[in-house]
Write a protein that binds this ligand. Structure first.
Ligand SMILES: NC(=O)c1ccc[n+]([C@@H]2O[C@H](COP(=O)([O-])OP(=O)(O)OC[C@H]3O[C@@H](n4cnc5c(N)ncnc54)[C@H](O)[C@@H]3O)[C@@H](O)[C@H]2O)c1
Length: 426
């Protein structure tokens, strides 16, 4: 019997997964509640941009009739032997886990599932959820028993935007499963569908924990770099020089400081530990340190030029990091709030967003060709997109300060223009 796979959630991660499975010979249903996404994929067009190789894979899967998108998750699941869940779990504005999307997806899966199906969760989850929240829900609704009637595994998705297709075959896939049979089926599937190395761990919970631990590790280490950078500023020491010197010792791996940590993963998943008992420790402190970097940067500017009231402040980069069109938890959102409190006039530039899109973020879109650039008083670099590498600041004839939140700009050239340059720890 040939294997049919349903990928539930055709977003930035789900679509590349579905397309790679299709390329490697599986018949794939992609289930998504967004009708526009379904329509585009069923026309052979990827709605996810800036992902090398994806456009071609989606087109090819369409031509070969290997990938079919649908809004009917129940039906797709009923025709599949394997179901991959890659629908987001987020946090709300009180940092509580928000299960809205995935609970609804699991309800559909539970209605469609048939005997013998393997369900693999790839979405980052609080430890224990695959078994206790979702496995149980599927049992209750379907009347099937996990481990014997249907199989259950967890395999975190750890790829990096902009190189997802490459990472899918290069990164080892961590797999935890409910029982031997679930592990055997899921390992066999990933071997055939991704061809990557596998790391089989002893439980669902170990696999779930390992993904959140990776994010906490990064967050805590970035917070350490940020704390040291602030102290280096105080001592008049260049933190970047310090990092190079310190990291020549093989056990030292000091990360790079910056204006904040954004995105889908690092600022979000630590709360999957914090909210479930890991309170008042380094994990929580790191979140606080990293989220105060935006106000730290603004204080640096104020120390240099005084009040920001009525000053024209341009933020370069709405995206949370360079070269991705993604605003989740972007430090720019924190910067905008702080600058508005200071009654500054906020301008936004990001080559990856249209003016209409930028206008949704409480700042005025500003093209770098606009004559208004001559009226900008302060520039904050938040995401160092490729096109900013060649940016010439001489058009900013009234600019007094540039705050380089990613320590990426050329200090000497900026200083030559008579503009004060500040980095983070630099
Ligand atoms: N984006 C990243 O860089 C990244 C990296 C590693 C892991 N992840 C993991 O991947 C998960 C998904 O991230 P993403 O970036 O693909 O998200 P995304 O927001 O780009 O896409 C999610 C998709 O799920 C769909 N969806 C929502 N509810 C649904 C439902 N009930 N049924 C079917 N479809 C539904 C949405 O319409 C959307 O197309 C994250 O939660 C995270 O755990 C993401």
């Amino acid at each position: 019997m040939s294997t049919t796979v349903t990928v539930v959630g055709l977003g930035k991660i789900g679509l590349p997964l579905a397309a790679v499975f299709a390329k490697n010979g599986f018949h794939v249903y992609g289930a998504d509640i967004n009708k526009d996404v379904v329509h585009m994929i069923n026309s052979g067009i990827s709605h996810v941009k800036n992902e090398p190789g994806l456009d071609e894979l989606v087109r090819e899967a369409y031509i070969q009739k290997k990938l079919e998108a649908t809004s009917d998750t129940v039906k797709a699941v009923s025709k599949s032997n394997i179901v991959i869940v890659i629908v987001p779990v987020l946090i709300d504005n009180k940092n509580e886990v928000d299960y809205r999307f995935i609970d609804s997806a699991v309800r559909d899966i539970a209605q469609g599932i048939k005997k013998g199906t393997l369900v693999i969760f790839e979405t980052t989850l609080p430890t224990g959820d695959t078994r206790n929240r979702f496995g149980k829900k599927i049992e209750e609704t379907s009347g099937l028993k996990m481990g014997t009637d249907f199989y259950l595994a967890y395999s975190p998705e750890r790829v990096y935007s902009n190189r997802i297709i490459q990472d899918l075959s290069n990164y080892p896939k961590v797999i935890g499963a409910l029982n031997e049979k679930s592990l055997e089926l899921s390992s066999d599937f990933y071997q055939k569908s991704l061809g990557c190395n596998l790391i089989k761990v002893s439980s669902l919970e170990t696999a779930e924990f390992s993904k959140v631990a990776e994010c906490v590790y990064r967050d805590v280490n970035i917070a350490l770099a940020n704390e040291l950078a602030q102290f280096a500023d105080l001592k008049g020491v260049n933190m970047l020089e310090v990092i190079e010197a310190s990291n020549s010792q093989p056990f030292s791996n000091i990360h790079y400081p910056g204006i904040g940590v954004g995105g889908h993963c690092i600022p979000i998943y630590p709360y999957f530990f914090i909210n479930r008992g890991l309170k008042n420790g380094l994990t929580q402190l790191a979140r606080e340190v990293n989220d105060t970097m935006a106000s730290y940067a603004i204080k640096k500017i104020e120390t240099s030029i005084g009040s920001l009231q009525n000053q024209n402040v341009l933020i370069l980069g709405l995206a949370f990091r360079e070269n991705v069109k993604e605003t989740t938890k972007s430090s720019t959102l924190l910067l905008i709030n702080h600058l508005k409190e200071k009654q500054a006039n906020v301008f936004l530039n990001d080559p990856l967003f249209t003016d209409n899109e930028l206008a949704n973020y409480n700042g005025l879109p500003l093209s770098l060709n606009d004559t208004l650039t001559s009226k900008i008083d302060v520039i904050i670099l938040q995401a160092f997109h490729k096109s900013y590498e060649s940016l010439n600041f001489n058009k900013f004839i009234n600019c007094k300060v540039i705050l380089d939140g990613r320590n990426s700009l050329n200090k000497e050239e900026i200083s030559k223009l008579g503009i004060q340059y500040y980095g983070i720890g630099k």
